[in-house]
Design a protein around this ligand. Structure first.
Ligand SMILES: C[S@@+](CC[C@H](N)C(=O)[O-])C[C@H]1O[C@@H](n2cnc3c(N)ncnc32)[C@H](O)[C@@H]1O
Length: 308
């Protein structure tokens, strides 16, 4: 299905943080936060060191209030039990712990490299249709930015239009990505001339134009649980790995390597990295590495990042 999710319908997003009611509750103690962080690490592979405890506490407070508990201890006991069976309480907590921060053309240099270095080599007359994934696409800005870069590039005219797939574990974020309607304030990083070309005003927002929408599909997918969507020529996986524990990051990098065609490209965020000496990737884009190219025929063995 083009321009939509080929999975279950997505409920409208709910606010993640409920203010006010939480103040009535006892705060989470350090011991409770530690227990919570351990459950989330073990069950979801998300790293919550002490520096991120204020965020964890905030989200937990909101969850306690929303679920109607009057004791954080009781809530935590229920949550731990729910985590064992991946119950609704735990799934809701996992969703609430995701960070969805994103923007259009978040990394202009990624788009420059895609347009100038990568697409001209891949999109040629007679070449097969190329596939690009935005893994952890959040509310869609990254995937639509890739679509704009593709449409603006000279290479587009040479071969079949690339297929772009946006993937995220969060159904709330995907709901917004599929809707493709953004307040004008979100479009500050979109080049001015693109706005009239690729967005149409609708009900107080700017909506992604059909020409762009046609190029992008969104799909619910948890990257921790394997990658079974075929091979991609280019994968953007920006600002996703940095929230994982080193072990999960390592597994996911291996999966991303397997999901890439030989010679395929991986874009990461600036705070993430692959150690090329011990991996199937070589670094491109030095001195500030953000682009990696997959080499070799064998399943990837990717070293942990120096940031892990
Ligand atoms: C900080 S946003 C990054 C958005 C975009 N890639 C960017 O750099 O602007 C991280 C996104 O990754 C998603 N995410 C986290 N864990 C994931 C997983 N296991 N599988 C797929 N998406 C995941 C989150 O839901 C969130 O929307």
């Amino acid at each position: 299905m083009r321009g939509g999710l080929d999975d279950r319908p997505i409920p409208r997003p709910r606010p993640t943080i409920v203010m006010g009611a939480a103040a009535l509750l006892d705060d989470l103690s350090a011991g409770e936060l530690e227990r919570l962080a351990a459950v989330v690490r073990e069950r979801s592979g998300l790293a919550f060191g002490e520096a991120r405890w204020p965020f964890l506490r905030n989200r937990a407070r909101a969850m306690v209030a929303r679920a109607g508990f009057t004791s954080t201890r009781r809530w935590l006991d229920e949550l731990v039990a729910s985590a064992e069976r991946r119950g609704a309480l735990y799934c809701e907590m996992e969703e609430a712990l995701q960070v969805h921060e994103t923007s259009f053309f978040r990394y202009p240099e990624h788009h420059g490299a895609l347009r100038e270095q990568i697409l001209p080599g891949l999109v040629r007359p007679g070449a097969p249709r190329i596939r690009i994934a935005s893994v952890g696409c959040s509310t869609g800005e990254e995937a639509y930015s890739i679509a704009m870069t593709v449409r603006e590039g000279e290479a587009r005219r040479a071969g079949p239009t690339p297929e772009i797939l946006g993937l995220d574990v969060s159904r709330q974020a995907l709901g917004l990505a599929v809707a493709g309607a953004y307040p004008e304030s979100r479009l500050g990083t979109v080049p001015h001339e693109y706005r009239s070309r690729y967005f149409v005003p609708a009900a107080g927002a700017l909506t992604v134009a059909p020409a762009l929408r046609q190029m992008v599909r969104f799909r619910h997918h948890d990257i921790r649980r394997g990658f079974y969507l075929g091979r991609f020529d280019v994968i953007f996986c920006c600002n996703v790995l940095l929230y994982f524990t080193p072990v999960v990051k390592h597994q996911v990098l291996n999966q991303l390597a397997d999901a890439l065609t030989e010679g395929g490209y991986l874009f990461l965020g600036h705070a993430e990295g692959v150690a090329p000496s011990e991996s199937s990737f070589v670094t491109r884009g030095l001195p500030a590495p953000f682009l990696y190219q997959r080499l070799g025929r064998h399943p990837a063995t990717v070293a942990l990042s120096r940031h892990a």
